[in-house]
Write a protein that binds this ligand. Structure first.
Ligand code: ADP
Length: 235
């Protein structure tokens, strides 16, 4: 089942064209990696997919999903690190995304939050302060938060940045198991092309307009794919 589709999407800031004539789609169960150098329009596309920025032309169609059913794990910011809240509060706040007029958490919200903490093996951290966690634990908490608003799709923007190798491997495994075992559709923006391709079934390589959209296997055989896998550009 198709979840969303971009058709000839153009997005810009004043005079800068950030996304140019972009077409691709995401089906239920896909694991899509979005790769490309800095400034290639990945974050702008993420804003478009989340409905935070409208395309100038072209269309982003939500077919099997609504915009507010997309769980989002943002790129790390300093604010998140110093967020003065408990793990439970951070995870619960993901439920707000499902209903923008919501003022209180319901019993069902709490159940969903507890289920997602269980899923990510962080139930034991519920009462802890988010500030006191390791980077890897924080990413798990933020992923649990994203899952509270995700019906079937999670969108992850550079989730491994600043994680140590063990925490990175853990998070990759966790995301892969959500994809495989829970049929969670995954879109991940990443620089880590070689690791990402071990898990992702599809690749969208951006350079304002896409250089490649297709299966990971096909991508690995292209010139640009070989270059990325060899170089693993880290900008
Ligand atoms: P990426 O995520 O791949 O690094 P971005 O989507 O952030 O790429 O940026 C694409 C282009 O849009 C770049 O040329 C960048 O300078 C420009 N851009 C991004 N955000 C803004 C903004 N808020 N205002 C003006 N230009 C921007």
């Amino acid at each position: 089942m198709r979840l969303l589709e971009c058709s000839n999407v153009n997005m810009s800031y004043d005079n800068i064209q950030a996304v140019k004539d972009l077409s691709f789609y995401v089906d239920q169960g896909d694991y899509l990696c979005i790769v490309g150098e800095n400034g290639s329009g990945k974050t702008t596309l993420v804003k478009g997919l989340l409905g935070l920025m409208a395309p100038d032309s072209g269309r982003i169609s939500y077919i099997g999903i609504k915009k507010n059913e997309i769980g989002y794990l943002p790129q790390k910011t300093a604010v998140q690190k110093d967020f003065p809240a408990s793990v439970m509060e951070v995870v619960l706040s993901g439920c707000l995304n499902r209903d923008r007029f919501k003022l209180f958490y319901t019993k069902r919200d709490r159940i969903i939050a507890l289920e997602n903490m269980e899923r990510l093996a962080i139930s034991g951290l519920a009462g802890k302060s988010f500030m006191d966690l390791s980077e890897g634990q924080r990413q798990r908490v933020l992923l649990a938060r994203a899952l509270c608003s995700a019906k079937r799709l999670i969108l992850l923007d550079e989730p491994m940045t600043s994680l140590d190798p063990v925490a990175t491997a853990d998070l990759y495994e966790l995301i892969a198991s959500l994809n495989r075992e829970c049929d969670m559709t995954v879109i991940m923006v990443t620089h880590d092309v070689s690791t990402a391709l071990k898990y992702a079934g599809k690749v969208l390589h951006m350079k304002n307009s896409p250089l490649f959209f297709g299966s990971s296997r096909e991508y690995a055989a292209t010139e640009i794919g070989k270059k990325m896998l060899g170089a693993d550009i880290d900008d």
